[in-house]
Design a protein around this ligand. Structure first.
Ligand SMILES: Nc1ncnc2c1ncn2[C@@H]1O[C@H](COP(=O)(O)OP(=O)(O)OP(=O)(O)O)[C@@H](O)[C@H]1O
Length: 314
């Protein structure tokens, strides 16, 4: 996929920067007062923005967050039966895509993937709103759906994924690049700051992953790709998105220019009213699934205890 190497380098550098910043973090002993990363010392002047917290969580996480709760289907289309799968083979993926999934070390779908994937890959396409906490496999699910929907015989953008920040877009691109390792014909392009395309260019890549401002510029201002030809629209980290100044309006503007037949996928780690109102605006007739947070028992999270964290991310 185009640009894979550059972005991998960027992620490595970001991780190095954050690791350096984490050097000031004290790891508490058993007898010390414990605070989790992300909880803010009231005296501390700096706090994580939701986007920074999300990026940091992705970088320090080492694999899937297990959750024993069942997926709640909050709304479903009565005309289409909702089912869940227990293996990736059941999805009828192309052999190369399946190879990519196994190559990432995924043996079986996660809880949220069991229900989300059949909906995301359904024919005719169905719209989905999915909510589950960070680390439960949402990104892997929609990236798999994005890749499997690409028609490589058509040389124009067909799949659009919006992320709230440059760094989060890059993280998603990395997952897509890994999963598409055996699908060399699928091409992707980042629409983020620093990426420029000359006026008059027509993009030939199949997948665009970007931030709302840049995507608006490229599509409506410079017309380097046509939003009407997008068949899959993913809105990732919607809760983080609405926290960013102006992003919600930009997403709505992009959404307005999509075709009515475009499949909408909406993902959020939280589920408050503001997020749901945004979701309902963007995603018409959705299937809504939710995996409730499993309180205080997450093995991969509880090991990160720190005292008085003060980290500034630029
Ligand atoms: N089916 C699976 N089997 C094993 N590991 C998986 C599976 N799906 C995802 N993972 C891994 O689990 C971790 C979390 O997955 P992912 O990033 O997709 O979660 P997420 O819900 O999107 O998190 P966030 O909200 O932070 O974006 C990643 O390291 C990913 O590679």
């Amino acid at each position: 996929m185009s640009q894979k190497v550059d972005w991998a380098k960027y992620v490595a550098e970001t991780e190095k920067n954050i690791t350096n910043k984490l050097n000031s973090v004290e790891i508490s002993g058993e007898d010390q007062k414990k605070e989790k990363i992300g909880e803010v010392d009231e005296e501390a002047p700096e706090q994580f923005s939701p986007a920074e917290a999300s990026l940091l969580a992705k970088i320090i996480r080492k694999g899937l967050v297990e959750n024993k709760n069942s997926v709640e289907v909050q709304r479903k289309d009565p005309k289409s039966p909702l089912y869940s799968i227990k293996s990736f083979e059941a999805l009828n993926l192309t052999p190369n895509l399946l190879k990519g999934v196994y190559g990432m070390g995924f043996n079986a779908p996660s809880k949220i993937q069991e229900t989300a994937l059949p909906t995301l890959l359904a024919d005719p396409p169905q719209n989905l709103i999915a909510q589950s906490q960070s680390g439960t496999g949402k990104t892997a699910a929609f990236v798999l759906a994005m890749l499997s929907r690409v028609d490589v015989s058509k040389s124009y953008p067909q799949v659009l994924c919006l992320s709230p920040t440059y760094e989060l877009a890059v993280q998603t691109g990395e997952v897509a690049a890994h999963m598409a390792k055996f699908c060399p014909d699928i091409e992707m392009k980042f629409a983020v700051r620093g990426e420029e395309v000359p006026r008059g260019t027509k993009l030939t890549e199949h997948i665009i992953i970007g931030t709302p401002g840049k995507v608006l510029d490229w599509s409506l201002k410079f017309k380097v790709f046509d939003l009407k030809k997008i068949t899959v629209f993913v809105l990732d980290e919607a809760d983080v998105m609405i926290d960013q100044q102006g992003h919600q309006d930009q997403c709505i503007k992009i959404h307005k220019n999509l075709s009515t037949t475009c499949q909408m996928m909406f993902f959020s780690a939280t589920y408050d009213q503001e997020v749901m109102e945004f979701a309902e605006h963007i995603v018409k007739n959705p299937i809504i699934i939710r995996l409730k947070r499993e309180e205080e028992s997450l093995d991969n999270i509880k090991q990160y205890y720190v005292r008085q964290v003060k980290i500034i991310l630029h």
